[in-house]
Design a protein around this ligand. Structure first.
Ligand SMILES: *[C@@H]1O[C@H](CO)[C@@H](O)[C@H](O)[C@H]1NC(C)=O
Ligand SMILES: *[C@@H]1O[C@H](CO)[C@@H](O)[C@H](O)[C@H]1NC(C)=O
Ligand SMILES: *[C@@H]1O[C@H](CO)[C@@H](O)[C@H](O)[C@H]1NC(C)=O
Ligand SMILES: *[C@@H]1O[C@H](CO)[C@@H](O)[C@H](O)[C@H]1NC(C)=O
Ligand SMILES: *[C@@H]1O[C@H](CO)[C@@H](O)[C@H](O)[C@H]1NC(C)=O
Ligand SMILES: *[C@@H]1O[C@H](CO)[C@@H](O)[C@H](O)[C@H]1NC(C)=O
Ligand SMILES: *[C@@H]1O[C@H](CO)[C@@H](O)[C@H](O)[C@H]1NC(C)=O
Ligand SMILES: *[C@@H]1O[C@H](CO)[C@@H](O)[C@H](O)[C@H]1NC(C)=O
Length: 382
């Protein structure tokens, strides 16, 4: 994988909205981020297809005898609009020069990190941002490519793993060199991921280890063998059929897919009864689609970062369906793919959180998970 020559754009990121909290302030804005000559795959099927073809593709994704699909490669050079939220403490302290860059997983937007129930907007129990920024750190969360108001790009040719990885590298570089208006240049950067966002953060530590000082991978085991359960449970429903009022067909072509209903959501993301039923309803009502481009390219980004030497924390949910087939206990031993992915670091820790499913931040005990991240950060001098 080659690196990312950043073209420096002279732009002024217009601040779209500012919210003030007890001890910190958040700004929401759009950043144009170029990707330069990134390798992508040519999708092995036509852009136009229907639910029958998507269902047949699901049969192929979950076949007993998987094979690497025969695809041609091409490259992509383009500038995408990326929606970010930057939160910083009102008073500078020793922690505020550490920036947590947060990458969400499939099915969410960047507010996975800043989740509030619609009828309890001052109850911050689910908000990772409130806990981390409240402790004095700075945070930068982004909505990945394909998640509005980030560019709703082509779901087959553009919303692919390599492109999202290049965007994460680009965003990190822009933050580090002070090219994000209003974002203070950080001394240290920690990459935090959830699920697919963890896979991208791991890959970033592999291709550009110098961009990261520490990595926290939540809802992730670096194993692909159980993902068929997730895929099968979604039914790979075309997003524009499943929720046409949210995902109109003229904006969301068939490559945008989602799961069928809130019980499929619960099956993959939540451990009953350790969540509020209103949280599941809201998560389903505000879900975002994922793309076939992502599914087809999940394995072409690196899954090991041997050159990364910084501290690493895995925060796994005991009952994670997607990455552990609902039982993470025993999957983070010394010889596991998770631990071995960082064999150049002598500081890799794994914690399995009891009474959690894959969507950690949506569980009743989410705050305990955030406190473990804060503890880890303090122990490692951040
Ligand atoms: C783009 O990358 C390919 C390899 O992936 C390389 O052969 C080509 O020279 C690059 N093109 C430019 C314009 O940098
Ligand atoms: C790859 O490209 C070649 C040449 O254009 C074409 O013949 C072949 O069908 C393509 N293969 C796939 C899997 O798209
Ligand atoms: C990014 O936003 C600008 C300003 O709204 C718009 O002109 C441009 O077309 C957008 N780019 C993409 C790739 O959507
Ligand atoms: C919010 O609404 C849900 C039902 O949608 C209800 O279960 C919950 O108790 C309400 N919470 C508050 C704080 O009113
Ligand atoms: C994320 O999605 C929710 C639900 O659709 C929406 O209310 C919110 O404005 C979005 N947040 C951001 C930060 O983009
Ligand atoms: C670390 O892992 C890489 C593969 O990611 C492997 O090539 C290398 O030999 C391993 N190093 C050690 C010291 O085991
Ligand atoms: C989870 O796996 C561990 C280790 O294999 C086992 O000891 C434990 O009983 C399993 N838990 C459940 C709920 O099956
Ligand atoms: C919350 O999670 C923490 C950390 O895993 C654990 O020690 C604690 O027992 C949990 N509390 C509840 C009520 O589940």
């Amino acid at each position: 994988m080659h690196l990312f020559a950043l073209i420096f754009l002279s732009f002024l990121a217009g601040v779209k909205s500012t919210t003030s909290h007890k001890s910190y302030t958040c700004n929401d804005f759009i950043v144009p981020i170029p990707v330069d000559n990134v390798t992508t795959i040519v999708p092995p099927f036509p852009a136009e297809f229907d639910q029958y073809a998507a269902t047949e593709l699901l049969n192929l994704f979950t076949i007993r005898t998987p094979s690497v699909p025969d695809v041609n490669l091409t490259t992509l050079t383009k500038t995408f609009n990326i929606s970010v939220e930057y939160c910083a403490p009102k008073t500078q302290g020793p922690e505020s020069s550490t920036l947590f860059i947060n990458t969400h997983g499939l099915g969410f937007n960047k507010s996975y990190w800043n989740f509030y129930l619609a009828n309890a907007t001052d109850d911050a129990q689910y908000s990772y941002i409130d806990r981390i920024a409240g402790a004095g750190y700075s945070t930068l969360s982004w909505s990945r490519l394909g998640i509005e108001p980030s560019t709703v790009a082509d779901p087959l040719t553009e919303v692919q793993a390599t492109v999202e990885l290049a965007l994460l590298a680009g965003l990190t570089t822009l933050a580090r060199v002070g090219q994000l208006t209003g974002v203070a240049i950080p001394e240290k950067v920690i990459h935090v991921g959830h699920s697919w966002g963890s896979q991208l953060s791991l890959a970033l530590a592999a291709v550009a280890p110098e961009l990261s000082d520490g990595v926290v991978l939540t809802g992730y085991s670096n194993r692909a063998e159980y993902q068929g359960y997730f895929l099968a449970s979604t039914g790979l429903r075309l997003a524009s059929d499943n929720a046409p009022e949210r995902f109109p067909a003229d904006q969301y072509p068939p490559g945008y897919v989602t799961w069928v209903d809130k019980f499929a959501n619960q099956y993959s993301f939540l451990e009953y009864p350790y969540f509020d039923l209103a949280v599941l309803d809201q998560a389903e009502a505000t879900k975002y689609p994922f793309t076939l481009g992502e599914l087809l390219t999940a394995t072409i980004i690196p899954s090991a970062a041997p050159e990364f030497t910084g501290p690493v924390l895995y925060l796994a949910a005991e009952h994670d369906l997607i990455f552990c087939a609902s039982n993470c206990t025993g999957l983070f031993e010394e010889d596991s793919p998770a631990i071995q992915a960082f064999n150049g670091s002598n500081n890799v820790e794994a914690i399995v959180l009891p009474y959690f499913g894959h969507g950690i931040n949506l569980h009743k005990n989410a705050t305990a998970a955030y406190d473990l991240i804060l503890e880890w950060a303090a122990q490692n001098g951040f």
